[in-house]
Ligand binder design. Structure first.
Ligand SMILES: [Cu+2]
Length: 246
């Protein structure tokens, strides 16, 4: 396949708030003919901050398996040559396009080894969502949209699963544990299936996009959200390399 690779350097990136999606109507699944691909890398330019450190004061047999007494929490996770792991890349406000990826079972977040697993994930708006406890200690999973509680669940027993719903409109949901202050996780409820979470080297790829001009947002919890306009052409690959700074 012929690929027209375009390099987009994000220079004057506008720092924006994460919310504020313009989409007001429900996403419509259509057959996408000759869609385009968006791919690239998210890179961090700057001094990588030291990990945050938390003293483990309880549940040490589960939460402190390496015996250091300290949980080290990277504020930004770097992979390869400045690549950013766990950044969310998504097209904001796209009203119609490809179908959602079919998943096995209900999406979930796991309390595992006194951390949230996965650290970052994207799920559909309004989906059922489970909170799981894989540890033999009490976790108290408290989820927020900004400062507002979405749900607050005590999970005293290993193997517990509690089902709740994700918000019906696009929101970033922060997960904390009221029993273990260091625990942190993120779930983005997306109203469309055009998203990716960056992997090794900060790489991402979003496929089968109807031709058009879109707003692409990139979010990482230490850096915040940034936005760039991108034009997708039929059957072609557009490369978007995003430089994050703090
Ligand atoms: Cu906990």
């Amino acid at each position: 396949m012929l690929q027209n690779k375009k390099m987009w350097l994000i220079l004057p990136i506008m720092v924006i708030t994460f919310m504020g999606s313009l989409s007001t109507q429900a996403y419509e699944v259509i057959e996408v003919k000759d869609g385009g691909t968006l791919e690239g890398k998210v890179i961090f330019k700057g001094t990588v901050p030291p990990p945050k450190e938390a003293v483990i004061t309880k549940d040490k047999e589960v939460c402190d398996k390496d015996g250091t007494g300290i949980k080290k929490l990277p504020q930004i996770r770097i992979s390869g040559d400045s690549g950013v792991l766990n950044a969310i890349v998504f097209i904001d406000g796209i009203s119609k396009g490809k179908d959602w990826l079919k998943r096995e079972g209900i999406p979930f977040i796991d309390n595992k080894n006194c951390e949230f697993d996965p650290y970052v994930q994207v799920v559909p708006t309004g989906t059922d969502f489970e909170v799981v406890n894989s540890d033999p200690v009490l976790h108290n999973t408290h989820s927020f949209i900004d400062k507002r509680t979405l749900f607050n669940l005590a999970l005293p027993n290993q193997g517990m699963r509690i089902k709740r719903s994700m918000p019906k409109k696009p929101e970033l949901v922060r997960f904390e544990c009221d029993a273990h202050g260091w625990m942190l996780g993120w779930v983005y409820a997306s109203d469309n299936p055009y998203y990716a979470v960056t992997g090794e080297g900060g790489a991402f790829k979003i496929e089968n996009i109807p031709p058009g001009t879109y707003k692409v947002k990139v979010w990482q919890d230490y850096v915040g959200a940034k936005e760039q306009e991108v034009t997708i052409e039929a059957g072609k690959t557009t490369t978007l390399n995003v430089e994050l700074t703090k």
